[in-house]
Design a protein around this ligand. Structure first.
Ligand code: CP
Length: 307
C-alpha cells in the first residue's frame, strides 16, 4: 500500500505532490462509497478521533465528523465554548486530558497559527490541522483542488485567481501551495491593503482590478472578508468593498468565456459574491462541500495507516 510522507497533516507546505495525488486517488474511491446506498465502510473501526474546535465552524467540523462516521471511527467532539478552557486550562492540558481517554487522532481548529504544529511535537497522536488562524487550512485546499480536477480533468495548466482578503486567509495560503504543486498558474486579487507584502515571493501573479482578474482566469476562488481577524480598517466600508470587488452574475456573463466560481464558505452574500452569482451555473460551491467529506475520509484513512 502507498503511504503518505507525513504522520500529521499540518499544512500543504509540508506535503509532496505525490501525497496530494495519493489523497485524490483515495478520495475518488471514497466518493464512490458515498454515492452507494450504504455509505459506510469499516476502515477505521477501533480508531477514536477527537474533533477539537477552538473556533467556530460549520462545514469543516460537520464534514470531518461525517467522514469519521462513514469510516466507522468512534468520534468525540470538543468545543472550547462551554469547556474548562474558560477556567484557564491550557491547550496542551486540554488535549492531553482528551488523549488520556485513549484517543488516536486529533482534528484541531485554533485561532493561533502553529497550534497544531505545537501539539504534534508534544503528543503521540496523529494531528490534522482544520485551520490555524491566518496560517493554513490544508483539507480546504485539498477539496478545492480536487473540485477543480473533477471539473476540468486536471489542475495543471489551469489559471486560478483567489480574490478577496488574502492577508487574513489560511484558505488562500494553503490553496497557493496546493495549486502550485499541482502545476496551476495562481493569481491573487484584492485591495492592496489586503494583499500581504510577501505574496510575490510565493510566485503568484498579483492584480488589484477584479475585472482583469476574471478575464484572465479559468477559476475564481472568492473569499470572504475576515472582519473578526482585522485589527484595523483596511477599506472604508463593506459597501465600498462590494462596489469594487463584489462579483455578480452580470460580470460573469459578460466575460467572453465560461469561468468557474468557487467559495470556501461561509459566504457573505451581497458583499464578495451576489446571490445570483453564488447560485448560478458558474458556481461549484456545493460540489466543494460534497467533495470535502471524501477528501477528509481519504486524509483520515491514510494518516491512520501511519500510526
Ligand atoms: N470553509 C470553512 O472552513 O468553513 P467553516 O468555517 O464553516 O468550517
Amino acid at each position: 500500500m502507498q503511504e503518505l510522507s507525513v504522520r500529521h497533516l499540518l499544512g500543504i507546505k509540508d506535503i509532496t505532490v505525490q501525497d496530494i495525488r495519493l489523497i485524490f486517488e483515495t478520495a475518488d474511491n471514497f466518493k464512490d462509497v458515498l454515492n452507494r446506498p450504504i455509505k459506510k465502510v469499516p476502515s477505521l473501526r477501533d480508531i477514536t478521533i477527537a474533533n477539537v474546535f477552538f473556533e467556530n465552524s460549520t462545514r469543516t467540523r460537520l464534514s470531518f465528523e461525517l467522514a469519521e462516521k462513514r469510516l466507522s471511527a468512534d468520534v468525540v467532539n470538543f468545543s472550547s465554548s462551554g469547556s474548562s478552557v474558560k477556567k484557564g486550562e491550557t491547550l496542551l492540558d486540554t488535549v492531553n486530558n482528551i488523549l488520556a481517554m485513549k484517543v488516536d487522532m486529533v482534528v484541531i481548529r485554533h485561532s493561533s497559527p502553529g497550534a497544531p504544529h505545537f501539539l504534534s511535537r508534544h503528543i503521540n497522536a496523529n494531528i490534522i490541522n482544520a485551520g490555524d488562524g491566518t496560517h493554513e487550512h490544508p483539507t480546504q485546499a485539498l477539496l478545492d483542488a480536487f473540485s477543480i480536477r473533477e471539473k476540468y480533468g486536471e489542475v495543471a495548466g489551469k489559471k486560478i485567481v483567489i480574490i478577496g482578503d488574502i492577508l487574513h486567509s489560511r484558505v488562500a495560503l494553503s490553496n497557493i501551495f496546493a495549486l502550485q504543486k499541482l502545476g496551476a498558474e495562481v493569481m491573487v486579487c484584492g485591495p492592496v491593503t489586503l494583499l500581504p507584502r510577501y505574496i510575490k515571493d510565493l510566485g503568484v501573479k498579483v492584480e488589484t482590478d477584479v475585472r482583469k482578474a476574471l478575464a484572465w482566469c479559468d477559476v475564481a476562488n472568492v473569499l470572504r472578508i475576515q472582519l473578526e481577524r482585522q485589527q484595523m480598517k483596511y477599506f472604508p466600508s463593506l459597501r465600498e468593498y462590494s462596489l469594487y470587488y463584489g462579483i455578480d452574475k452580470r460580470m460573469l456573463d459578460s466575460l467572453d468565456k465560461e469561468i468557474t466560481v468557487m467559495h470556501p464558505g461561509p459566504i457573505n452574500r451581497g458583499v464578495e459574491l451576489s446571490s445570483d452569482a453564488a447560485d448560478s451555473h458558474h458556481s461549484i460551491i456545493l460540489n466543494q462541500v460534497e467533495n470535502g467529506v471524501a477528501i477528509r475520509m481519504a486524509v483520515l484513512y491514510l494518516l491512520a495507516a501511519r500510526q
